[in-house]
Write a protein that binds this ligand. Structure first.
Ligand SMILES: [Zn+2]
Length: 269
């Protein structure tokens, strides 16, 4: 089992120090949000290539987390690419500014940027994040009122799982040599699956692993939520995404040893 921690490098700490600290804390790798839309000679690419080198010296791996249909800078600049809510704009009260996955050309545009970053940085794996139809699941309460994109093209819920499945297959086809996981909304009832388009059964066939975001503290749920959701996904290759508070927790570690990777959110800087 590899403990991988999500990390947001701010450029202040030298790569070597980050790698040594990660080794000391008994991590096996870091997962870094990919710099999107930065241009070929971006210093962020150079920094990540450098970080990867330093991690390799300590025998640690570097993964990239790719926020796919979420990009505040695109959201601000191109209002027509935003998710729509019944013909009015998405409520802009929170940080969550989702894009409409079926806006013409958007998938291809995002995939091309991902390919570019992968070619530059050469990570061991990528995590497809926000790879779904919009759902602000982090703020769902027990009423589970699900808000999503309701533009004309998105209105048929029956097509969504097939669309996300096709998109996942296309990512794998274009990046065949890379381990690919997908971050799943942790509610796996039929209603939620139809809205997000994330069908675990289909996605397990398209890519290498599923990474359900089991953030029980955020969701104010007991740790059993983690165990129970994992039990329901036992048939698939899963890399659980957990809150950092659970790292080194003995009770949970026992249940986790069978997984190849655990992704923790996130490493304090
Ligand atoms: Zn839409």
């Amino acid at each position: 089992m590899k403990n991988i921690v999500k990390f947001y490098p701010k450029g202040k700490v030298p790569a070597k120090e980050i790698a040594i600290k990660a080794k000391k804390e008994n991590l096996q790798g870091l997962a870094i949000p990919m710099p999107y839309n930065k241009g070929n000679n971006s210093s962020e690419y150079t920094n990540l290539v450098n970080l990867k080198k330093e991690l390799e010296k300590e025998k640690l791996e570097l993964g990239l987390i790719a926020p796919f249909f979420y990009a505040p800078e695109i959201w601000e600049k191109y209002p027509n690419k935003r998710a729509k809510k019944s013909d009015v704009d998405w409520p802009s009260l929170s940080w969550y500014k989702p894009l409409c996955p079926i806006y013409p050309g958007l998938f291809e545009e995002r995939l091309a940027l991902l390919e570019e970053a992968v070619n530059k940085i050469n990570p061991v794996f990528i995590g497809l994040d926000f790879f779904r139809f919009p759902l602000f699941w982090e703020e769902l309460d027990d009423h589970m009122i699900l808000k999503t994109c309701s533009c004309k093209g998105c209105s048929s819920l029956d097509k969504r799982t097939a669309i996300i499945y096709q998109m996942a297959k296309e990512v794998k086809k274009r990046l065949p040599n890379l381990l690919i996981t997908i971050h799943l909304v942790p509610f796996i009832d039929t209603k939620t699956t139809k809205i997000t388009g994330q069908d675990p059964k289909l996605l397990a066939q398209a890519i290498d692993s599923l990474s359900p975001m089991l953030y029980n503290n955020l969701l104010k749920k007991e740790p059993d939520f983690i165990i129970n959701t994992l039990l329901k996904q036992e048939d698939y290759t899963v890399w659980p995404s957990l809150e950092i508070a659970w790292k080194d927790n003995l009770y949970l570690q026992e249940a986790l040893t069978k997984y190849a990777r655990i992704l923790y959110f996130h490493w304090p800087d």
